[in-house]
Design a protein around this ligand. Sequence first.
Ligand code: URA
Length: 237
Amino acid sequence: MRLDKTVSVALGLTRKESRALIAAGRVTVDGSVWKKADARLTGAEKLRVDGKPAAYEEYVYLMLNKPAGVLSAAEDGRGLTVVDLVRPACPRRALFPAGRLDKDSTGFVLLTDDGPFAHALLSPRRHVPKTYEVMLDTPATEEMARGFAAGVTLADGTALKPAVLLPNAADPFCCTVILTQGVYHQVKRMFGVYGAGVNALHRTAIGGVRLDEGLAPGDFRPLTPEERRLLARTQTP
Ligand code: URA
């Protein structure tokens, strides 16, 4: 990444402000003053501004617990978005959600500015599983579980891949659903085939990464390096 971009990302400055710092000789890389804004960093160097260490990352990866009523979009004239929730913490990042949840759905949304990472995660070829806790308006049945396992055909004729429906022993109206596809309104439409309505839908995991239970609705935190590695690799046969 270029030095001027790195400094602006690290300190939350505009590109113009970071260039002024660099030109003034206030930025050092591995102990030497660097004055060329377009010099390139590999990510391994030690960056200091006015002698103070400046941590920087090329990309941001955030785990958000989406509250109901918030749109899974970057910008939307129609209402509050997941990006609006995290923007104060990352004002200069072009973040977007890697995968969507309906406005009334809640839970794990991954936000990043790493296009290739998001693209790979969402690729239909990767089959990254998504796990949902679902509350129905009728008890989940064996017939639904068998149908999900065989692959549901939606009302419009779309034939879906096999999915998992795990009943909840404590509450017959609740179940866990695991999908390896991302068809629009998929969970709601799958239950619709059985005449069942979804009262609440909460995403609890993407691939091998579970939503942090310590995150209240609207809260977010960076993915750990291990979580990032898991999502970069997750693949089902
Ligand atoms: N399936 C749905 O129907 N809605 C979501 O938000 C996610 C999956």
